[in-house]
Design a protein around this ligand. Structure first.
Ligand SMILES: N[C@@H](CCC(=O)N[C@@H](CS)C(=O)NCC(=O)O)C(=O)O
Length: 248
């Protein structure tokens, strides 16, 4: 009997939700293990040695095989389970364009996550401090990235063509956090009508709704001034900082 796939993740994490949605959309059976990021379990040496030297989630274990980085995990699943061709492309050009988005995403839209993290989670880790530089950097990266998305979505219904692909899941879940945390709101949608129409289209998918529930709930707590209990003392959004180490 095959051992079930193990998906290590956390529901507040944007790349984790993108992979989770892919697993659900393609109906791939898996067992989930939630990694306690709030207390830094992912930073334990034993965790890094066993699963991922960077300590980050998502991670997929298929028997002894371990893979991390969200697009690599989804690509592995796509190949292994022969997912419908919309997710990673039918033709060589479509495949290249989806890969192109995934690479772009890691250095652009993903880095805008700092706007959400420093607005809502930083205080839960390091207490009340001036995070305005980090938030400004995150917002700059987010808005800069959104100008690209708006252009691409005026050319195609989805980010890489007429059909939904894994690129859309990556981008969608980044924006879900910004919407949940009110980093993005009505005035941003007015400036980005194509993104808004695309966002609403993806938000209607049943798995989009279910997977967004935790971040909506946690963001509502933060917006109401409640702190999320965390014992970790390090960033959850490593790589987005202006001033590395200053808050610790
Ligand atoms: N490039 C990675 C990013 C993964 C990532 O940023 N994971 C965050 C959660 S959203 C994480 O594990 N943070 C915990 C930490 O760095 O300690 C991917 O796409 O999988």
């Amino acid at each position: 009997m095959n051992t079930p796939l193990r998906f290590l993740h956390h529901p507040t994490s944007q790349p984790c939700r993108a992979v989770n949605q892919f697993l659900l959309e393609v109906q791939i059976p898996f067992e989930e293990e939630i990694v306690n990021l709030m207390d830094g379990d992912n930073e334990q040496q034993s965790f890094k040695e066993k699963y991922n030297p960077t300590g980050q989630v998502p991670i997929l274990c298929d028997g002894d095989f371990v893979v991390w980085e969200s697009p690599a995990i989804a690509f592995y699943l796509n190949q292994k389970f022969e997912a419908p061709s919309n997710w990673f492309g039918q033709t060589v050009q479509q495949r290249a364009l989806i890969q192109q988005y995934c690479h772009w995403h890691a250095s652009f839209l993903r880095r805008g996550a700092g706007a959400f993290f420093y607005t809502h989670f930083a205080e839960c880790i390091w207490g009340k401090q001036d995070y305005s530089k980090e938030i400004a950097k995150g917002k700059y990266t987010l808005y800069d990235s959104m100008s690209y998305l708006e252009t691409w979505l005026s050319q195609n219904k989805y980010l890489c063509g007429d059909e939904i692909s894994f690129a859309d899941l990556l981008a969608f879940h980044e924006l879900v956090s910004h919407v949940a945390g009110e980093i993005l709101g009505a005035k941003d949608w007015l400036k980005h009508p194509k993104i808004k129409a695309w966002f609403d289209l993806i938000a209607e998918r049943p798995h989009s709704k279910i997977l967004s529930e935790t971040i909506m709930k946690i963001s509502a707590m933060r917006l109401a001034g409640e702190l999320i209990p965390m014992t970790r003392k390090t960033s959850l959004a490593k790589g987005t900082e202006v001033t590395i180490g200053v808050y610790s």
